[in-house]
Design a protein around this ligand. Structure first.
Ligand SMILES: Nc1ncnc2c1ncn2[C@@H]1O[C@H](COP(=O)(O)OP(=O)(O)OP(=O)(O)O)[C@@H](O)[C@H]1O
Ligand SMILES: [Mg+2]
Length: 254
């Protein structure tokens, strides 16, 4: 099996209290640097599903934007086997069209897909992501789960072999989580490479065949989900999901 993503010795530094504008990044002042990613290396196999776990601020989203080539690492290299589609945590920022149909059409405008083929692709993607009953509906009134499905429909339309979900369960109820996981299973059947960035391991780790953990910008674990669950996850500020609940007194996180 070939590799979908190769991350080699990536370090990403920011000026403390500044934004990531290119101008500021190149003008590095060693006294005020913050290291968001510290010499991170790993490879992801084509058509695999990877969970990248990590607490708030561990570097997941920074890593995502580097893999998708939306931002440059300070040092190190990334290579991918084609375009990388992103499903942002805040799907509202990703939806540009007034309706699902219009939104998917927006993405296709920037591709070489001939105009006469676009309408069929739009309808296929709407059907695939279970949004047929919502295709002319105002996109801003879709539920959180439906918005994520629409974001995936847009990514599928432009044919990205690798898809990264950033905190896909944020704000979703039980059914919303199930809908996202059904989508992930569909992408797996289509041999896509799926990367899930989350701290909510209990919702998705069983879908993964590879597990990485970031802690304070460092890659502290790289292995199978099974091995990962034997690690001291709490030291890395992630809760081990294999916790037994037997009565209502257990239902609190302390
Ligand atoms: N543009 C930026 N300028 C300065 N610091 C930044 C910038 N972007 C991210 N950081 C810092 O890098 C660290 C990692 O951020 P990142 O957003 O990758 O965390 P995360 O793991 O995605 O967290 P969360 O679970 O909260 O989404 C944080 O401390 C953050 O404040
Ligand atoms: Mg994040």
């Amino acid at each position: 099996m070939s590799d979908a993503v190769i991350v080699k010795d990536i370090t990403k530094q920011f000026h403390n209290g500044t934004t990531s504008s290119k101008k500021k990044e190149t003008n590095i002042n060693n006294n005020s640097l913050f290291t968001a990613l510290d010499n991170v290396s790993f490879t992801i196999k084509k058509s695999s599903t990877v969970v990248i776990g990590g607490a708030n601020g561990s570097g997941k989203s920074v890593l995502m934007s580097i893999i998708a080539q939306l931002s440059n690492p300070t040092t190190g290299t990334v290579s991918t086997d084609g375009r990388v589609g992103l499903i942002f945590q805040d799907t509202d920022t990703q939806i540009l069209g007034e309706t699902p149909e219009e939104d998917i059409a927006f993405g296709l405008k920037n591709t070489k897909v001939p105009k006469q083929k676009r309408e069929k692709i739009i309808q296929d993607m709407i059907q695939k992501t279970g949004l047929s009953h919502r295709k002319g509906f105002p996109a801003r009134f879709l539920s959180g789960g439906e918005k994520r499905r629409l974001a995936v429909a847009g990514i599928l339309a432009v044919e990205c072999p690798t898809i990264i979900f950033d905190e896909p369960y944020a704000n979703l109820d039980y059914e919303g989580v199930q809908q996202v996981n059904a989508l992930i299973c569909m992408l797996q059947r289509e041999q896509k490479t799926v990367i899930i960035l989350t701290h909510e391991l209990e919702k998705c780790l069983a879908l993964a065949d590879h597990f990485l953990i970031l802690y304070n910008g460092k890659l502290v674990f790289n292995g199978t989900p099974h091995e990962g669950l034997k690690q001291p996850l709490e030291n890395w500020k992630i809760r081990n999901p294999l916790t037994k609940y037997s009565n209502s007194n257990d239902l609190v996180w302390l």
